[in-house]
Design a protein around this ligand. Sequence first.
Ligand code: KG4
Ligand code: ZN
Length: 344
Amino acid sequence: MLVLGIESSCDETGIALYDSEAGLLSHALHSQVAMHAEYGGVVPELASRDHIRRVVPLLREALAAGKCSLDDVDAVAYTRGPGLAGALLVGCAFAEALAVALDKPTIPVHHLEGHLLSPLLSATPPVFPFVALLVSGGHTQLMRVSGVGQYELLGETLDDAAGEAFDKSAKLLGLPYPGGALLSKLAEQGRPGVYELPRPMLHSGDLSFSFSGLKTAVLTLVREHAEAMSDEFRADAARAFQEAIVEVLVRKSLKAMKQTGLKQLVVAGGVGANRQLRATLDDEARRRRFRVYYPELEFCTDNGAMIALAGCLRLQAGTPAKAAGPFAIQPRWPLMEMAAGGPN
Ligand code: KG4
Ligand code: ZN
């Protein structure tokens, strides 16, 4: 079974072909980062228009790279939500129209389920059940994943997401959008321990997170040095921020491993690309004898491959989300609604 996947929830257009037997055949991606950079963040209207421009050329590219034709496609998966309404509408309308033309079904996919399952695209994938740390620009959650659609929320952020905290702190340090990856590069030049920033909810006793206070602490630090924001200061501050957020993410993940007794941890979402997070988790995993799985770097941030994969697995499991009519996008959509037994 060959599934075409379409991702357009935010500022990346992704198209991929996933075969249930052969695995990922091809994927094509266009990032709008350069276009939004001059505005300091994603401009939704520009994002929608760019998705429209990119979707057909990317489809052609994916088909050519996968040596397939549209006639080979058995189902069209697309991101129904969560995300920007206009951006989602582009992928949804394109998928629905294509499916009508091909006389094939569509599979609406939850964007976070795509992230969650993306490590299954690796050569050595994890096996169910596992704990997942989902850390993206919009979400920070710890989950117990027992199978496709079998998710139990263990804890989540009460305010900002980890990626959002990275991006906002990066902006405060004068880095251009999207700052997360740049902040982490800057942090590598910083000295540890020069500034001490709070570790919110580290000792809360549960698996909840909160990052808005950390962002405020960065703001205070920046204000104190507003007169002379030297390169050295910015690198040391970036280092302090990264150390604080990584420690919280790692401690809570360790607590989730202990609480569930599971031996595999999957890290998904854009912040999963962070090198300090990876190194610290790998260290702890060696010591505590569990394994950590990351998606391939190219599948950490938004892409079409994870959407094609999630669509294919849902179809195979016989539990795709119900197509609630054409243009039924869901800009706000809690992942738990996709868990077995939940409404979808
Ligand atoms: O999963 P993703 O591509 O999009 C969402 O679904 O949100 O994640 C994007 C987030 C952004 O906040 C970005 O700054 C962050 O992931 N990010 C990073 C790194 N690379 C991307 N954060 C920290 N370190 C990185 N290396
Ligand atoms: Zn994402």
